[in-house]
Write a protein that binds this ligand. Structure first.
Ligand code: CAA
Length: 379
């Protein structure tokens, strides 16, 4: 067993850290305040290969592996959770299923512009009455000649505000539940696709969370992803991979908050000495670090399993659950260590605390992760 990163992974980690230090850290607070990631940053991340890290070079990807992708999302999220989820949702939830389930023509048509970051991808599954119960989606499709016609609504769509490319799920017959669901590649600038709103949120404010209406949207038949009726399987498989991305985002947020708390505990003097001399602070740092390390081990293991074509369903649910709970715990403790300063916006831990919360919710609440884990244990 070797727990060391390879030389290639370490080189990548250094390069991403360098980029984040120069290009993301200085504007992370601005991204939060302005509720937007500058297009110039999105373009630069595309140029760095962050938007298609584990996709093959023949489709415009960086040709790296899943562990590299986890490292990219983790390092970016140390400075900015919004930028981390932009990459994660785009790569895992849009490029991922097109690569895994798409035909050769679909991959050649859609992936290059996505992998370069010229077009931003998203995943349109959730609906007002179908959140955790993903099999209950009510958006319908019907075939008309060479087209599928979609009607319904989608909510909480990460990256939706870019109106790029999406993988959208619809049912031919709601009474069929999972078996009626199909997946389609959708151009979100198509006629009939309307943005209802971009949500205002507690955290990850630089990331779009969009509600769409789909009103007689005509999708060419060639955009069917996989087979008709295979959509629920595509959604579940995609979320298994996506959960590694969210775990990496959560891990990064936790590490970012920890770094700032550790540094602050050495600078801040109370009772005539740095507060890191107090056992009350030392115990917090120990708990925070232990949760980060266990999350990192499980996240990297899930990525390694995927890279090695082994089953990783349980590990992806576990890493997403552990890392997101570490992120909320660590950022909470980081504020506590900062005392009153942690509560004001000048100190970044306040933003990290807000950004951490969503990681316990999206790509399945942690209650859903526990369902996935326990079903596998009992099966
Ligand atoms: N991997 C592979 N297959 C899976 C699976 C998984 N994780 N979970 C279920 N399945 C399969 C089952 O094996 C079963 O297959 P068969 O029909 O062949 O037997 C089928 O799917 C139905 O399974 P269940 O009966 O267990 O399904 P269920 O209706 O009870 O739901 C669930 C299971 C785990 C709760 C699932 O609905 C789920 O994952 N819900 C959460 C949805 C979610 O994560 N939404 C997030 C939206 S995207 C997002 O948040 C992205 C973002 O913005 C960043």
């Amino acid at each position: 067993m070797n727990f060391e990163l390879s030389q290639d992974h370490r080189v990548l980690q250094d390069a991403v850290r360098d980029f984040v230090e120069k290009e993301i850290k200085p504007i992370a607070a601005q991204i939060d305040e302005e509720h937007q990631i500058p297009d110039t940053l999105v373009r630069k991340m595309g140029e760095m290969g962050f938007m298609g890290s584990y996709l093959p070079e023949q489709y415009g990807g960086a040709g790296l592996d899943m562990l590299s992708y986890a490292i990219v999302v983790e390092e970016v999220s140390k400075a900015c959770g919004s930028s981390g989820v932009l990459i994660s949702a785009h790569t895992s939830l849009c490029c991922g299923p097109i690569y895994t389930f798409g035909t050769e023509e679909q991959k050649k048509k859609w992936l290059p512009a996505l992998n370069s970051g010229d077009i931003i991808g998203c995943f349109l599954l959730t609906e007002p009455d179908a959140g955790s119960d993903a099999g209950a989606i009510a958006t319908t499709y019907r075939r008309e000649g060479d087209e599928f016609v979609l009607n319904g609504s989608k909510i909480f769509i990460t990256n939706g505000g870019y109106r790029g490319t999406g993988v959208v799920f619809a049912t031919s017959d709601k009474s069929l539940k999972h078996k009626g669901v199909s997946a389609f590649i959708i151009d979100l600038r198509s006629h009939g696709v309307e943005i209802l709103k971009n949500e205002k949120k507690l955290g990850i404010r630089g990331s779009y969370t969009t509600a769409f209406a789909l009103d007689n949207v005509r999708i060419p038949a060639e955009n069917l992803l996989g087979q008709e009726g295979q959509g629920f399987k595509i959604a579940m498989d995609t979320l298994n991979g996506g959960r590694i991305g969210i775990a990496s985002q959560a891990l990064g947020i936790a590490e970012g908050a920890f770094e700032r708390a550790l540094a602050y505990s050495k600078e801040r003097k109370q009772f005539g000495a740095p507060i890191c001399d107090l056992q009350a602070i030392q115990f917090k740092l120990a708990d925070m670090w232990a949760k980060i390390e266990i999350s990192k081990l499980m996240t990297y293991k899930a990525a390694w399993l995927k890279d090695n074509k082994k089953n990783y369903t349980m590990e992806s649910a576990m890493c997403k659950m552990l890392a997101s709970e570490a992120a909320t715990f660590v950022s909470h403790q980081a504020i506590q260590i900062h005392g009153g300063y942690g509560f004001i916006c000048d100190y970044e831990v306040e933003r990290m605390y807000r950004d951490a919360k969503i990681t316990e919710i999206y790509e399945g609440t942690n209650e859903v992760q526990r369902v996935v884990i326990s079903k596998l244990l009992l099966s």
